[in-house]
Write a protein that binds this ligand. Sequence first.
Ligand code: SAM
Ligand code: SF4
Ligand code: SF4
Length: 359
Amino acid sequence: MFLPPVDPEAGASAIVDAPVVDTMGRPLRDLRVSVTDRCNLRCTYCMPRAVFDENHPFLPRAELLSFEEIERLARQFVGLGVRKIRLTGGEPLLRRGVEQLVERLARLQTVEGRPVEIALTTNGVLLARKAQALKDAGLARITVSLDGLSESTFRRMSDSDTPVQTVLDGIAEAQRVGLAPVKVNMVVRRGANDHEIVAMAGHFRNSGIVLRFIEYMDVGCSNGWRMDEVVPAREMLERVAARYPLRSADPNYIGEVAERWHYADGSGEIGVIASVTQAFCQECTRARLSTDGRLYNCLFATDGLDLRVPLRAGVAEDQLAELIAAGWHGRNDRYSQQRQAMAGTGAAVKKIEMSYIGG
Ligand code: SAM
Ligand code: SF4
Ligand code: SF4
């Protein structure tokens, strides 16, 4: 097994010539960190209220990784090739002082000697209050989830009384403080919010904001996912293009999961993420660290590698790096590719909820 050389003096894995790769040759490049399993919305496709109610056993505070622990683990991931860290959840802005974590992580350097890019995905509810502090802390990119513009659609999707304007204000503030380009993610569920696809496109044209339409996925076990509720990315594009003609754009980098499109009249860019109809497992370089410190190699994983126990037991930095590298080295996950094959076989998989593992 290939394990990178480690310099214990450095407190992190030393520069590696060859990246750590998994069984399919995929390098470890991205890390998603779920900083809380709690949320101030109850999106029906993610944390349906019937399951995530007042009796739901959210993690007690002592089980959460502290900022110090996240930083320590993140340093090891970066030493193994990670270039981008995305904070997520649950709702990451609910984690008190999350900007302090951003500040710590923004100091990390990739093995190539460049700053690690720190990104965050949020529902935007607390963003107007937090955007400046996040920017000052070194956040490079922000993605805001918004599934509709009308109050009725937003309420139906988020199952909350929060006015949609609160999220729009958050987006505006993120732009104002210079967190550019802001991206907006819209999960599309047939019969629930697909009638707002074109309105969303119209709203964010000419704004500098990149809107991305996301196919509704079968994450977790609580959203009652059905294939007939998935609007294929092709169909979403057709609907937008019928109103606003589009031309395809090149990917920003190899392995980019969003397929990019420009409005033909130059009024901006949109993207589609076709996780269901066009699986991109072949290029998937993402590891996920759960709120309580488990490493998951796939959004649809059934089990994770506990890093918190060794971390709290005081193992050396190089041993942490070895654990992570070994976990990645044995990775053969490609759930989305296999989904089609499993369809109709009756095979059921116990999957981890997205709010815990990080979207
Ligand atoms: N609370 C934050 C938010 O909503 O942006 C961060 C966590 S959320 C789990 C991350 C992303 O996952 C969001 O963009 C959300 O829309 C997306 N997501 C959650 N459940 C999904 C599902 N079943 N299918 C597709 N995307 C989903
Ligand atoms: Fe909360 Fe985000 Fe899940 Fe919606 S998608 S319930 S905002 S974690
Ligand atoms: Fe990556 Fe798993 Fe999604 Fe495939 S199914 S793209 S391996 S997270």
